[in-house]
Every structure is written in structure tokens, then in C-alpha cells.
Design a protein around this ligand. Structure first.
Ligand code: SF4
Length: 427
């Protein structure tokens, strides 16, 4: 085997103790996922069944996006619905019918549940079945919950993809082995990975979610899934229940992570090590050179992660191993030990890990550390900046293309920028 191919012999934090906290939390809800999901599945529509607060959240999270034909909206549950004076199902059917008559381009409609729809116990799965039977074959109607109760914002994508799994066609036992890349990636990143897989001769590679609702990938006992995002526990479970095999790998962040991630697929699909090396050498070296130029800005600096996006462990691993940063605390909303095993093994031994949140206690620990950089949610960033700490918004790391060799330097730059801004302010 060639030396560049990562060999998982590290122990790192594999058996490290984890501080578990269950207190007040500062996170966005799963509705936020609509922002990147609606860009990915181009003929899908996300109808939030919620309150004005929910409508406000997705509109402000989406920024100033004025489309002639937007692909998300909110069906507002008002006081009459909450008081049980109106039949919410009749109202919902009316809204959906009007929407689908006006928008023949919609092929897949998600009814997205929220805290208010859960409070009034509106059964969106029955509503989805009822509306599907009315609008199929032209439009499929599915549902999932984006509710903020006891969740974090990336779980919206997990819930959405898990709702799609039963819709995937079945590939028989005689189908050739194939690869399913699971998790929303920017189109540009997907295209880069597709080119690398093609050059390796991996065979059939499909991405889930697909760009078009009618291009759902078939899955079966010969399908291997490679998670592209670390927050897809329910989706992975649903795919495994349909016979798909999960490949264990770090996530494709940074040069090391991307190499190991690609190698997991190459190994499972019989790509020879020499071919793998030939295909990945040039982009890997380019990325390493680009990271080398940025490393002096980050090396030796300390970083503290508040739990937010569930990307914390792979990001921390990248910053520590490839950029030389010092990890003070790595917090994550949930720690999926199985999916995170390769990441835990690559974290420096002795890293303080925390799962869940008790925000006041965590703020105290952060203040005591006085890290050079804090990665946190929007709600904590401004107060911490006001206290003189330098922050990076975690949500930006989900919205920005950061996976793969060609994006490794962009990823590092996202952490360099706040440090540079602080330097300029201090000058
Ligand atoms: S789903 Fe719940 S947490 Fe999210 S915006 Fe609506 S009310 Fe707020």
C-alpha cells in the first residue's frame, strides 16, 4: 500500500471521557436545513406548517433571497387554528392545492412540521399521504419535522433525507456494486468528487439527495454508502435497514480527511492503491501547498468549539492535525460514536470533549480558557465578541462548500479571516 493512503492506527480520543451536559442550549431549529436543501433538490418545495416566528426564521436565515418563484414558504397556523376553531387539515389542503395549481414545476412537496404544528397535534404524515394520493403521479408529498424542541439545526436535513429513504427504488441482489454519497454537498463539490471517482474507475456513483426529484437513486444489498456529512444518523439507519452497507471513514474535510474518505470508497469498490494514488496525487499536493501558505496564520492558536452544527469533531481534527491549532474544548450537540470513530481516533489525545450543552457553564469554561478563536452559533457570537473574544459563526461552515481537496484552503481561510479581522481592529 502506498504511504499516502491513511492507515487507521491512531487511538487519539477513541476511548476519551466525554463531558455530558443537559442544560439550557443555544441552537437554531431544524427548519434552517431548508436553506440548503431547497437549493439542492431543484424541483422540490418546502412548505413549513408553522407560525410567523417560523416564517421569520427561514426568511432571515435565507438572507435577502428574492426569487420570482421561491421554493419554500410557510403555511401560517394562526390563532383560530391554535384555538381549534378552524379545521387545520382543510386549511392545509386548500393551501397545498392552490400552491400546486399555481406551480406545475413542483415535483416533490415536503410538509415541514414545526413546534406549533406539534402543539396542535396536526398529523402531517396523514396529511402527506392524503395529499400524495390526490396529486400523484405528478407530485409526491412527504413530511418531516423541523421542530426546534430538543434538536439542532442540521437535524432538519437528517429528518428530510430519512423521509426520502422509503421512496428510493430497490436495486436487486444481482445489481453491480455501487456507491451512494449521502448528505447535501454543493454542486461544485459533487462534480469534483464525481470526476475523481470516475478517474479511479469506481463504477456507478450516486448522490443523495439528488438534484431532481425524479432521479432518486436505487439502493440494495450491493450499495455502499459514504456519509458526506456527520449529522445523518437517522438517514444512515434507514438506509442500513434497507440493506445498504455504511463505509467507515473520516469526513472529507481537509487533505487527510478527503484522502481517507475517498480511499474508503476505493477500497470497498476494488480500486487498486496505485490507481488511487495516481488520481489523487495532483489535487492532494495542490491542496497541501495551499494549506501550507495558510498554516502560519493558525498554527499555535487555540480554538474552542461550542456545540452547534455537528461538524465540530471533523473540523477540530482538521484544525489540529493539518493547521497546528490547539484544541481547548470540542463541544458537539450529539456524539455518534460509531460514525465518529475515525474522527475520534484522529483527535489529539487529551482533547476535552463535551456533548450537549449547559450554556452558562460552557461559557465559564470558554472565558477561563480565553481561546484565540471561538466557533459558536450566532446567538453567542456577538456577546463573546463584545467581551473581546474572536468568533466564527458555525452555521457558515454548513452553508459554504468546504469538502474536498479543492476547498481545503477555503476551509482554512474561514478560520483565518476572523483572526485577521481582530488583528486589524487592534492595529
Ligand atoms: S419550529 Fe419552533 S423553534 Fe423553529 S422557528 Fe418555529 S417555533 Fe421557533
Amino acid at each position: 500500500m502506498n504511504a499516502v493512503i491513511p492507515i487507521h492506527t491512531d487511538i487519539g480520543c477513541a476511548d476519551a471521557p466525554v463531558l455530558r451536559e443537559r442544560g439550557q442550549r443555544e441552537v437554531f431549529c431544524g427548519l434552517t436545513g431548508i436553506i440548503w436543501l431547497h437549493r439542492k433538490i431543484q424541483d422540490a418545495f418546502f412548505l413549513v406548517v408553522g407560525s410567523r416566528t417560523c416564517a421569520h426564521l427561514i426568511q432571515s436565515a435565507a438572507g435577502v433571497m428574492i426569487f420570482a418563484e421561491p421554493r419554500f414558504a410557510t403555511a401560517i397556523i394562526d390563532e383560530r387554528d391554535l384555538a381549534g376553531l378552524a379545521d387545520a387539515n382543510t386549511e392545509l389542503d386548500r393551501v397545498v392545492t392552490r400552491l400546486l395549481e399555481r406551480r406545475p414545476d413542483i415535483k416533490l412537496l415536503f410538509l415541514v412540521g414545526s413546534c406549533p404544528s406539534e402543539v396542535i397535534k396536526l398529523d402531517l404524515s396523514r396529511a402527506a399521504q392524503r395529499l400524495s394520493s390526490q396529486f400523484l403521479p405528478h407530485v409526491r408529498v412527504l413530511n418531516y419535522s423541523g421542530s426546534g424542541i430538543e434538536t439542532t439545526f442540521t437535524q432538519g436535513e437528517d429528518a428530510c433525507l430519512a423521509a426520502l429513504v422509503p421512496e428510493l427504488p430497490t436495486a436487486g441482489a444481482s445489481a453491480a456494486p455501487d456507491l451512494l454519497v449521502v448528505g447535501t454537498l454543493a454542486d461544485v463539490v459533487e462534480d469534483q468528487f464525481q470526476r475523481l471517482f470516475d478517474a479511479m474507475g469506481v463504477g456507478t456513483v450516486r448522490f443523495f439527495p439528488p438534484r431532481q426529484a425524479n432521479a432518486m437513486p436505487a439502493i440494495g444489498p450491493n450499495t455502499h454508502m459514504l456519509l458526506a456529512q456527520p449529522f445523518l444518523a437517522d438517514t444512515a439507519r434507514a438506509l442500513e435497514a434497507r440493506g445498504v452497507t455504511r463505509l467507515s471513514a473520516p469526513f472529507p474535510l481537509g487533505v487527510e480527511g478527503t484522502t481517507a474518505w475517498l480511499w474508503a470508497a476505493a477500497q470497498a469498490l476494488g480500486v487498486p492503491a496505485a490507481r488511487f494514488e495516481q488520481v489523487t496525487a495532483a489535487p492532494r499536493e495542490r491542496a497541501q501547498a495551499a494549506l501550507g501558505r495558510l498554516r502560519p496564520q493558525l498554527a499555535g492558536k487555540s480554538v474552542f468549539f461550542f456545540p452547534d452544527s455537528q461538524l465540530e469533531l471533523p473540523l477540530a481534527r482538521f484544525l489540529a492535525r493539518e493547521m497546528g491549532m490547539r484544541l481547548t474544548e470540542v463541544g458537539t450537540p450529539y456524539l455518534h460514536r460509531q460514525h465518529m470513530a475515525p474522527e475520534l481516533a484522529w483527535l489529539p489525545a487529551g482533547t476535552r470533549l463535551s456533548e450537549g450543552q449547559d450554556v452558562d457553564r460552557q461559557l465559564d469554561r470558554c472565558r477561563a480558557e480565553q481561546p484565540d478563536l471561538v466557533v459558536c452559533g450566532l446567538g453567542l457570537a456577538n456577546p463573546l465578541e463584545a467581551e473581546g473574544l474572536t468568533t466564527k459563526w458555525a452555521i457558515e461552515l454548513v452553508f459554504t462548500p468546504i469538502q474536498g481537496f479543492d476547498q481545503a484552503a477555503d476551509l482554512a481561510e474561514l478560520f483565518c479571516r476572523p483572526l485577521l479581522r481582530r488583528l486589524r481592529l487592534a492595529a
